[in-house]
Write a protein that binds this ligand. Structure first.
Ligand SMILES: [Zn+2]
Ligand SMILES: [Zn+2]
Length: 310
């Protein structure tokens, strides 16, 4: 787990974060993801500086192992001087050796956050889900920790005051907020009451706004006027291409400098009607529906019902 350096902000890893949510649903299935509808409650992972270091660490590790439904896994946690915040050795188990940076001896309230990330490495290792490359795999780990209910701890470990700052994990605070907001909307849970860090709360709000934008993209009926107008124009253009001209893309049409990419694309099937594809706002798997006005679709992966005006 990475540690230190200036805190990066914004949404630089959004594409990988979204791919991680899709991968999680694909690997675990909708039913398994549903088992995580309740987050780790703050009381279960609370750790204050007067608690015994080793007993407290083992207790928090046990709670997280239980939350992630790893019944036979045992975490052996040790503290040592190291460059990273934490590390775990991925073996066949059932014992896993976790190392935490010595500085956590004096920052016990963040031990839960560090352990949540490391124990998620074990979880993903066991379900055999990984992304190639360290950066993407760490983003997958942070995203999974958060989507499955323990990532609010990681966001809450983000604090900045004057000269000092602290942040754990590879996602930016806003990206943690984004995944938390996605989770909140999928499970009807409000994590904002758990934050002890004011900066974490602000980052959650930014992430929440970004996540709401995913739910307001055409062809979803919740899309705003500007988006709908552009969609109608892109659709006209796609229809104008007619059959036999291959797929007409709704991306970055000429004369729209600075407008950025749109998430939907039109595909003209030579034998059938025009179709539009767009990412599911919950799991980001691509959905394909015919262009024919009001359409209700259901995402096959996360089962979200999507009201569209195509
Ligand atoms: Zn890691
Ligand atoms: Zn979906």
């Amino acid at each position: 787990m990475a540690d230190g350096g200036p805190v990066e902000h914004g949404f630089p890893h959004l594409e990988t974060v979204r791919a991680a949510v899709t991968a999680l649903y694909r690997r675990l299935s909708y039913d398994t993801v549903q088992q995580f509808s309740t987050s780790v409650p703050p009381a279960d992972v609370a750790f204050c500086d007067t608690d015994d270091l080793h007993l407290g660490t083992q207790r928090v590790a046990r709670e997280l192992v239980r939350h992630f439904r790893l019944p036979d896994a045992r975490m052996i946690v040790a503290f040592r001087e190291m460059q990273h915040a934490a590390n775990v050795e991925l073996t066949a188990g059932p014992e896993y050796f976790v190392e935490l940076n010595d500085r956590f001896r004096g920052h016990r309230r963040d031990i839960g956050a560090a352990l949540a990330h490391e124990i998620m490495h074990v979880y993903l290792h066991r379900v055999d889900l990984s992304f190639p490359g360290t950066r993407d795999n760490e983003i997958l780990t942070d995203t999974a920790t958060t989507y499955l209910g323990a990532g609010w701890l990681l966001l809450d470990a983000y604090r900045e005051d004057g000269a000092s700052s602290q942040k754990l994990g590879y996602l930016t605070p806003e990206e943690f907020g984004y995944v938390l907001a996605k989770r909140s909307s999928a499970f009807g849970e409000d994590p904002s009451v758990w934050f002890t860090s004011a900066q974490a709360y602000t980052a959650y709000e930014r992430g929440w706004e970004r996540a709401r934008r995913d739910e307001r993209q055409p062809p979803l009926t919740a899309a705003g006027w500007t988006g709908r107008r552009r969609y109608a124009r892109d659709r006209r253009q796609a229809q104008g291409h007619g059959q036999g001209h291959g797929p007409a893309q709704g991306r970055g049409s000429a004369g729209d400098a600075g407008a950025g990419d749109v998430p939907y694309a039109f595909a003209a099937d030579p034998a059938g009607p025009l179709r539009v594809t767009f990412p599911c706002p919950t799991c980001h798997q691509r959905i394909r529906v015919p262009v024919r006005g009001r359409v209700r679709a259901r995402c096959g992966l996360c089962r979200t019902v999507l009201e569209c005006d195509t």
